[in-house]
Ligand binder design. Structure first.
Ligand SMILES: [Zn+2]
Length: 434
């Protein structure tokens, strides 16, 4: 359930024209600003193939998008020739985090408005124009979310779960759900994980109470799981989103059937696994300018220090997730082939899971796991919006926000071409991404 505020821009603009135009000149100033992008390949975020297209926006919203010749630039439009570039809706990360870490540190001290906004700017720089934060340190994010229904938006859009519900008894957990609902969160997040035997797994009677309380408050539940049977059980209890890969064992008929019957959104977060072990040695991407542009050189130095490498090399969970990653990929592909909605997400924003870069890495890992570029890009645009119930983003449907990216090369030919970002637009505003 997403709280969507009404777009007032159109109405306000009209009132200004009606009340304010004294002279012809003034009236002209108030004419709606229409922009038409031409000479481009257009993917609209649906299951349709890309076409030689035209995209038209007005006051921050898409007014039309489609095949050149069928869609014509309106006469009064400012025309921008994109010189054969590729245009698609901005990426949606359905499992991220904002303002929860700084460098390699993680904790509630970092949950400040400034850090939230900084992460949203970084995501946007990389073309990730919508982020669902599944697990926060408070409710500050709801305020940031409520500010985004403006014509001036110039960062990624945010939806939030608030803190992970982790009450030990049904009563305690239900009270947390109610607090989250009062604070108008978009999702409820729970975690069913014993951390490889180090912790206590949430009990079925607790998550059942959470799911029931969420439903009473018009909210849906996203579940962090590791193990297949926990996924089956929490889906049967009524959860809507599986927020990570099943990694302990192969998926079976029971869990796939449960996903199909309950319209589950399955978020693989393959880069989450990668982040648990990849820093044991210096990864090649440290030399990649696309990585470097979003990460400070101090932090890179810290990550390549012997001490940090040692820590990753000795991490038991790192070892486990490294071993299980191929299985997570296989499971994703089986689930995808079973017509369950794969939804794009990374679990980035946590320490050493870098917003922006990790999303592009995730896209390539999904391809390695066997998904086709079209399916991957759909899972990160229209598919994510539809499955997660986000309104106004993900496709170029008329009235949607003009949130899109301009790529130099075609990602349908090679998924890595999402990295050839030339422009990012949010609410019809071109961002300064350099
Ligand atoms: Zn997470």
């Amino acid at each position: 359930m997403i709280h969507k505020k009404t777009w007032l821009s159109g109405i306000t603009g009209l009132l200004i024209v009606m009340m304010g135009c004294q002279t012809e000149e003034a009236a002209e100033d108030e004419l709606p600003e229409i922009t038409a992008f031409t000479n481009l390949t257009l993917y609209d975020g649906t299951d349709a193939e890309p076409v030689d297209g035209v995209l038209v926006m007005e006051e921050g919203e898409i007014t039309s998008a489609g095949e050149a010749g069928v869609v014509e630039p309106p006469e009064m439009a400012e025309v921008i020739d994109l010189d054969g570039a590729f245009v698609m809706p901005g990426l949606i990360n359905a499992h991220g985090h904002v303002g929860v870490s700084e460098g390699l540190n993680h904790g509630e001290d970092y949950y400040t408005r400034d850090n939230i906004l900084e992460d949203l700017n970084t995501y946007a720089d990389y073309g990730v124009t919508t982020v669902i934060s599944l697990g926060d340190f408070g409710f500050e994010g709801t305020e940031v979310r409520d500010e985004q229904y403006t014509e001036d938006l110039s960062r990624s859009r945010l939806y939030v779960s608030g803190p992970v519900v982790d009450g030990e008894s049904p009563e305690e957990a239900v009270a947390q759900v109610e607090e989250a609902a009062e604070n108008e969160v978009d999702w409820i997040k729970i975690r069913i994980d014993d951390q490889l035997g180090e912790g206590e797994k949430m009990e079925p009677e607790v998550y059942q109470a959470v799911i029931d309380a969420a439903e009473e408050n018009g909210l849906e539940v996203a579940a962090h799981i590791v193990e297949r049977d926990d996924a089956t059980d929490v889906i049967e209890a009524g959860a809507s989103v599986i927020a990570h890969s099943i990694r302990d064992t192969e998926v079976d008929y029971t869990v796939v059937r449960a996903m199909q019957e309950n319209d589950i959104c399955y978020i693989p977060t393959l880069t989450r696994e990668l982040s648990t072990f990849v820093y044991a040695e210096r990864p090649d991407f440290f030399d990649d300018p696309f990585f470097q542009r979003g990460v400070s050189s101090d932090l890179i130095s810290e990550l390549e220090s012997e001490e940090v490498q040692q820590r990753f090399a000795e991490s038991e969970s790192g070892e486990y997730f490294k071993e299980q990653l191929p299985l997570a990929k296989e499971n994703m592909e089986t689930i995808h082939e079973s017509a369950v909605d794969i939804v794009f997400g990374t679990d980035s924003g946590m320490p050493a899971r870098f917003p922006g870069f990790f999303e592009h890495k995730e896209l390539t890992m999904m391809e390695e796991a066997g998904m086709e570029p079209h399916d991957i890009l759909y899972s990160a645009t229209g598919g994510a919006a539809e499955c997660m119930g986000l309104e106004g983003v993900g496709t170029f449907e008329r009235g949607n926000s003009a949130d899109f990216i301009v790529l130099e090369e075609d990602p349908f030919e090679d998924i890595e071409n999402t990295r050839t970002i030339q422009q990012v637009w949010v609410a019809g505003n071109q961002l300064d991404i350099d």
